[in-house]
Design a protein around this ligand. Structure first.
Ligand SMILES: Nc1nc2c(ncn2[C@@H]2O[C@H](COP(=O)(O)OP(=O)(O)OP(=O)(O)O)[C@@H](O)[C@H]2O)c(=O)[nH]1
Ligand SMILES: [Mg+2]
Length: 472
């Protein structure tokens, strides 16, 4: 439980730069701990005013000075007293000017005045240890900072708002009630009987198992949202693959030319499409070739198709389908494919049904869509984004409401909870004595507790917070 760690809270005052280490208009230096206000009073001057005598949650204008009284910067200071602060401790935030040097100088003064430099994630760790948030919400802070698309932000914000915690604690509560009843029945067999309630208990646990399975399945989505969809752009030479990458990126990253075989090696880029992210690999055109270098490129393209979660097959709409397209159709069989008929701005040399026929002659692709685009003009690109979103997430962003597991730790803990719950139900089905299946049920409870942080060890807590950024 959180209380187990209470004695291990280091009772000193910590400080760090909470804004990024880049030159900016303003930087924030956060100071937290029992001495935070005294430390600030040693470096902050505003006439005769002492922060110690001021009300909580007030802002003060003044200057930070060194020991000899020379001004280092003109600042705004936010005074926030425990317990209504992020860490649950007395906190002072100094808004100074955002030059790297001046910010570091202000931090130096704060440290010389008695604060210790904070470790990465130490403010949030204190928030957790002081019971301001459960572990799932504390981790959501890091997820939110790292989020690079709207789906990731939304999932992290939901977790920060406690959506996952509330859900997990609800299951824990249900388990606790069953355990309490079973244990009461063991103590008082004359008046209470588990056997009388066993069908009801089993039904309840079976429903819970289904819900936990569903929740566990969201981890796949979480991974896609966080890490991006591994996407390969393939097609025959000159089809417009590199033009498509450039169009998606909004910049000329990959060399485009009318010479077939321009792209020789694979090129990887992270493409942020607003609501989700693609990890796109542009490849060499697939063709039969005697050129040994081009052949290596083709081999790499084929390897990338194997590993891809999404294949964007670019067909050149201005030239007839040929043997190269047939070879590609074989390569992409069984994958999630979006077939793009590119160069829709030019006279078309074949129709959509011709491409469908070609694909169907080869093995059927898992899930495929055909769309016309022009990588050159950008026509059809928005529709392409929508198709990808539909293929991987089912709905647009407004439909993303459920809790989505972010992070392996949550996924593993939940998988173990599912296993323990399955064992509980198996035990009940086998009519073993409740003392035995109660052990598995308690295990389910504990595994769920790993997500909220109720049942994790101190080492794990340290490990989790050490991955946070400095100043958070
Ligand atoms: N009209 C028109 N031309 C396009 C379009 N897309 C690409 N092109 C042109 O087609 C040629 C080949 O484009 P690339 O993007 O280099 O094609 P690629 O598939 O990467 O070619 P390789 O790397 O050689 O395999 C260039 O001259 C592009 O300007 C399009 O939508 N319309
Ligand atoms: Mg190319």
């Amino acid at each position: 439980m959180t209380e187990n760690f209470q004695e291990s809270i280091e009772n000193d005052t910590i400080a760090a730069i909470s804004t990024g280490m880049v030159t900016a208009g303003i930087s924030v230096i956060r100071v937290s701990g029992p001495e935070a206000v005294d430390v600030a009073d040693r470096v902050f001057f505003c006439g005769k005013k002492k922060l110690k005598e001021q009300r909580t949650h007030t802002i003060h204008h003044g200057k930070i000075c060194d020991k000899s009284g020379v001004m280092i910067d003109e600042v705004l200071v936010m005074l926030m007293r425990a317990p209504h602060t992020y860490t649950g401790e007395d906190t002072v935030e100094i808004n100074c000017h955002g030059g790297l040097y001046v910010t570091t100088r202000v931090l130096d003064e704060v440290v010389q005045a008695g604060a210790r430099l904070a470790h990465p994630g130490e403010f949030t760790k204190r928030a957790f240890l002081n019971g301001k948030m459960d572990l799932s919400r504390a981790e959501a802070v890091a997820e939110l900072i790292e989020a690079d698309n709207e789906r990731a932000r939304k999932a992290a914000a939901g977790q920060l708002a406690g959506k996952e915690e509330v859900l997990i604690r609800k299951y824990q509560e249900d388990i606790l009630l069953i355990m309490a009843f079973a244990e009461a029945a063991l103590d008082d067999p004359e008046h209470l009987s588990v056997d009388d309630e066993i069908d009801h208990i089993k039904a309840q646990l079976t429903d819970m198992l289904e819900a936990l399975h569903d929740l566990h399945r969201t981890a796949g989505q979480g991974k896609l949202i966080k890490e991006g969809i591994r996407t390969v752009i393939c097609g025959k030479p000159n089809a417009g693959k590199s033009s498509l990458l450039n169009r998606l990126l909004g910049e000329n990253r990959s060399i485009v030319s009318n010479i077939a075989g321009t792209t020789r090696d694979t090129i990887s880029e992270k493409v942020n499409l607003g609501t989700f992210t693609l990890n796109v690999i542009d490849t060499a055109g697939i063709t039969q070739t005697d050129d040994p270098i081009e052949a290596i490129g083709v081999e790499r393209a084929e390897d990338e198709i194997e590993k891809a979660q999404l294949v964007l097959y670019v067909a050149d709409g201005s030239t007839p389908l040929d043997e190269n397209d047939r070879q590609i159709a074989r390569q992409i069989a069984g994958k999630n494919v979006i077939c793009l008929i590119n160069k829709m701005d030019l006279k078309q040399a074949f129709e959509e049904k011709d491409l469908l026929e070609l694909l169907d002659e080869e093995k059927k692709t898992e899930d495929r869509v055909i769309a016309a685009i022009s990588a050159k003009s950008g026509e059809g690109i928005n529709e392409l984004k929508k198709e990808i979103e539909k293929m991987f997430f089912g709905t647009d962003i407004s439909g993303q409401d459920e809790v989505i597991l972010l992070g392996k730790r949550h996924e593993y803990a939940l998988a173990e909870a599912v296993t323990a719950l399955e064992q509980t139900i198996t035990g009940i089905n086998q009519k073993i004595s409740e003392e035995f299946w109660l052990v598995d049920l308690k295990d389910t409870y504990d595994r769920l507790g790993e997500i909220t942080g109720d049942t994790v060890g101190e080492n794990l807590i340290d490990e989790i917070f050490s991955k946070f950024c400095m100043g958070k």
